[in-house]
Design a protein around this ligand. Structure first.
Ligand SMILES: NC(=O)CC(=O)C(=O)O
Length: 277
């Protein structure tokens, strides 16, 4: 619940990852606030017009400085955002370059509205509005990545459009829970990797059983063959994994889905989609 503590904790973990050689670091969904509809308004920060002032968004400035200090691309998980012009709240991810410049903003496109009787009910749309674009980010030394948030992973179209427009890595800061995490977290990461023959990275908050929402944890990196290369358990940690150049091509050569699609039978979803590169 302590935003200042969350920011300083994130700083020490990002620096630790950079020290271990990471060039691109990802934080979890809602890393600066508790995850819950009653908290979003209280913790929300104003990001527009960009750049915001320090008092409008301490998290924006902390992440920008941190990306520069650690000399990494930093996908800053997500934070609750307040858009004053529209009087709306969003669940928003900010990505910074190693020089601390903002590269991209992704607002969660698919809001987490579920009701599994006896297990979990959650309705982000009670307080949040959805984003309306796919987010592809060009990292000049490495290529394109796509960033989306948590529930977005359940919608394969978004991943397919990003992959077919050149993303080699799909990153999802996310906070599944004890019900859906056990059922679908790894399955979805491996499914999106299998569908698209790309790397997939999921980054979750650690599990806090004192909190109202108990995150699943288990941050992981999956390769283009859908093998889980590494995963954390439910506790706090840092996962560092090297993505191998050539792995995507090798996988696509072996199982050539890319040349076998039948757009005469069904439409090519990657021809559509709203996004900003
Ligand atoms: N928290 C989410 O957005 C999604 C989730 O927990 C799920 O899809 O399950």
């Amino acid at each position: 619940a302590d935003k200042t503590h969350n920011l300083s904790n994130a700083r020490s973990k990002v620096l630790e990852a950079a020290k271990q050689g990471a060039k691109l670091v990802v934080l979890p969904e809602c890393f600066n606030s508790p995850y819950g509809t009653k908290y979003f308004d209280k913790y929300a920060e104003t990001l527009l017009p960009s750049p915001p002032t320090e008092s409008q968004s301490p998290t924006f400035h902390a992440l920008s400085k941190l990306a520069k200090e650690a000399n990494v691309y930093l996908v800053g998980g997500s934070i609750p955002e307040r858009d004053d012009t529209k009087k709306e709240l969003y669940n928003t991810s900010l990505t910074f370059s190693p020089s601390g410049d903002l590269l991209a903003t992704h607002r969660k496109v698919h809001l987490f509205d579920i009701d599994i009787p006896g297990k979990i009910k959650f309705k982000e749309s009670d307080v949040l509005s959805p984003g309306n674009k796919i987010t592809l980010i060009d990292l000049p030394e490495y290529g394109k990545i796509a960033v989306a948030i948590c529930y977005d992973i359940r919608f394969p179209e978004l991943a397919t459009i990003a992959a077919r427009r050149g993303a080699f890595l799909l990153l999802y800061p996310g906070a599944f829970n004890l019900t859906t995490g056990a059922l679908h977290w790894e399955l979805l990461a491996r499914a999106r990797a299998t569908d698209n023959q790309v790397y997939v990275g999921l980054c979750s908050p650690a599990r806090d059983m004192q909190a109202e929402y108990n995150a699943w944890g288990h941050s992981m990196v999956v390769d283009p063959n859908a093998e889980v290369l590494q995963q954390l358990d439910e506790k706090e940690g840092v996962l560092v994994e090297e993505l191998k150049a050539g792995k995507i091509e090798e996988c696509r050569k072996g199982i050539p889905l890319y040349t076998q699609r039948r757009f005469d039978v069904y439409p090519d979803v990657s021809e559509g989609g709203k996004f900003e590169e």
